[in-house]
Design a protein around this ligand. Structure first.
Ligand code: KG4
Ligand code: ZN
Length: 335
């Protein structure tokens, strides 16, 4: 089974052709980071405009690179939700046009489902497992008991982890996206400042990062001559501590000893390091995709699309994108 997958939920325009038997045929991705960088974050209108500009040239390049004939796809997979509504709309319209032209079915994918299954592009994971989804828009913990069977265990009450990285980077005068920048400069810094670890001792599996960002802002306003690599490293230590300790709590509470960690923030080198140590101490397995598959890409949408299509799920031609359908509901509606 072969699919063309389309991902435009935020600021990456991504396409992939994936064969369920042989793996990736090819994939292509264009980051809009340079376009949004002067604004310190994604500007929705610019994102939609860039997707509109780039989708067809990217498809053209992908087909030339792979020599693939689009008539050979079995269906078109696309991100239906969640994301920036105008950006999703461009991708959905594009997916519909290809499906209509080639008379192929359309298969909707939830962006977070794509992230979770990014791990499966490298190796399968036995069910049940826990999923920590840490991206620019989400910080969620799920129990996954099978494909499409998701139980929400907890999530952020305010900013997502990636969003707090991006906001703190902006406070520190670093570029967008902030996560990779903070990750990089933290290696030269020391965690000399003690920032709060919001909700770390709270019995829930919820997160909160907006107070942490404010603590960084207050420090930067108050103290002159700060070494930004020390501030970055101290901030990163706090975020990583909270993410890892909540994950440990989820493992203890559910008794599930396999955890997939996905989404842009899972590319973080310190998070990977601490997870490795804590999982060895607490005796659970951690699965993190290659950093290239942690951040947004279309291969993950292809993989999840194939699993949905195998279950007979297709979308009508008048399907509309949705800005925010919770994953646990999507799994029930599109089954
Ligand atoms: O999954 P993703 O590519 O897009 C969304 O679905 O949001 O995640 C993007 C987020 C951004 O906030 C970015 O700053 C963060 O992931 N990110 C990182 C790293 N690489 C990307 N955060 C921390 N460390 C990184 N190395
Ligand atoms: Zn994402």
């Amino acid at each position: 089974m072969i699919t063309l997958a389309v991902e435009t939920s935020c600021d990456e325009t991504a396409l992939a052709i994936y064969d369920s038997e042989k793996g990736p045929v090819g994939d292509i991705l264009l980051s809009q980071a340079k376009v949004h960088s002067p604004f310190g974050g994604v500007v929705p209108e610019l994102s939609a405009r860039e997707h509109t500009r780039n989708l067809l040239p990217l498809l053209d390049r992908l087909l030339k690179n792979t020599g693939f004939d689009l008539r050979n796809i079995d269906f078109v997979a696309f991100t239906l939700t969640p994301g920036l509504i105008m950006s999703l709309t461009v991708g959905v319209a594009f997916a519909k046009a290809v499906a209509y032209l080639y008379r192929k079915p359309l298969v909707p994918v939830h962006h977070l489902e794509g992230h979770i299954y990014s791990v499966f592009l490298e190796r399968p994971v036995d069910y049940p497992f826990l999923a920590l989804v840490v991206s620019g828009g989400h910080t969620d913990l799920f129990l996954v008991e099978g494909f499409g069977r998701y139980t929400f265990l907890g999530g952020t009450l305010d900013d997502a982890a990636g969003e707090s990285y991006d906001k703190v980077a902006r406070i520190l005068g670093l570029g967008y996206p902030g996560g990779p920048e903070i990750d990089r400069i933290s290696r030269r810094g020391r965690p000399v400042y003690t920032f709060p670890r919001p909700l770390i001792d709270d019995p829930s599996l919820n997160f909160s990062f907006s107070g942490l960002k404010t603590a960084v802002l207050n420090l930067v306003r108050k103290e002159k001559n700060l070494k930004i690599e020390d501030v970055a490293s101290s901030f990163q230590e706090a975020v990583v501590d909270v993410l890892v300790e909540k994950t440990v709590r989820a493992v203890r509470e559910t008794g599930v000893g396999r955890v997939v960690v996905v989404g842009g923030v899972s590319a973080n080198s310190r998070l990977r390091e601490v997870l490795k140590d804590r999982s060895a101490e607490e005796n659970f397995e951690v699965f993190i995709p290659h950093p290239r598959l942690s951040t947004d890409n279309a291969l993950m949408i292809a993989y999840a699309g194939i699993e949905r299509f195998k279950r007979g799920v297709t979308a009508p031609l008048d399907v509309n994108p949705e800005p925010n359908v919770p994953l646990q509901e999507f799994g029930k509606v599109w089954s």
